[in-house]
Design a protein around this ligand. Sequence first.
Ligand code: HEM
Length: 361
Amino acid sequence: MRLMSKEPTLFGVRWSNGGQNIIREGRGIIASNGEFWQEHRRFALKTLRDFGLGRNIMEEKIMEEYNYRSLERVSIFDAFTPVALFKSDLWKWRKKKLFEPFYFIYGMVQKGIQKRVDAIASGKHVISEEGDDFVDAFLIKMEKDKKDGVRDSTFTLDTLAIDLFDLWIAGQETTSTTLTWACVCLLNHPEVVKELRMELVDVTGGTRPVSLTDKPNTPYLTATVNEIQRTASILNINPFRQLQEDTVIDGQPVSAGAVVTTQMSLLHTNEAVFKNHTVFDPSRFMENNNLEKTLMPFGIGKRSCLGESLARAELYLITGNLVLDFNFEPVGLKPEIKTASPFGSMKRPPNYHIRFVPVNN
Ligand code: HEM
């Protein structure tokens, strides 16, 4: 991890020749490289920021979702399976079984795009100057490239579908899995819920939702979200990178072209850094302000998470407001803080049912 942040270019290329490339075929943000990746990452970041990523507008949208509702079968080996094998008749069955949910999401975004294109053609949707959302912004960029005579522009309806697919996959499963872990941790630690609620009632007066502007006054909520991410450590390893030059990692020579990753979950269970690492204890982050710097759920360096500030805002607002508004009760057996998939690429929480009982009832 240290090397990845010190040598961003050396580790700046994603290795994704296997199952990740089945739909993407070198496009999108997660699995692409070179100029294509640069253009599309930059565009996505700028567009999400323009729409308020991590600012008030995003808070409104997160809270809208919160108020409204108050797959993993792919293994690490599939990441290394050549796309050609998946496409061969021999493995057709496996491709169908593994990638059906991904094709479903891909189909869904394609349909959504077509609906928008039709709505624009029929005049039902008019694109405002800056566009109302990512799709509008992308269509504006497509038009601009056409007008400017950009040859072989990478902004097409096809690449829009892959960018949306990537943002959905990277943003949806990660955030919801972390929130599912949050509830497991809090179900097992009513004393944390109690202390959190005291802090939050004190700050909000119990008369309004927790807001991002409360952050400076809610150190225990920030510490709890950190401890949830440390405990969940949902990505055992970060998506593969490919070394750009020969180098030495911890005294070990490694050749250019080697596929490398970091075992992020090990960082978060390092006993030398996180004493009693098996214990869920938010106060560790209160006692040591520097501890947050050793927490890296979003990866590091050039290819680190594009949605980090959005994800942080979601985890803060949803965890805080759930604790403020509800008591948590297990339905059936209380789940243990123990992953159901220790060796998967994503560390999933156990399956469980939970009841949210409004605090004021
Ligand atoms: C709790 C939530 C999340 C976690 C733990 C998480 C974690 C990560 C990690 C570890 C990586 C790989 C970094 C590396 O290779 O070093 C990554 C990449 C990425 N994430 Fe997230 N993520 C989360 C939420 C989101 C959200 C909400 C979005 C979108 C809005 C998003 C979009 C992306 C994208 C596009 C990439 C690929 C970046 C690239 O290759 O340039 N993530 N994420």
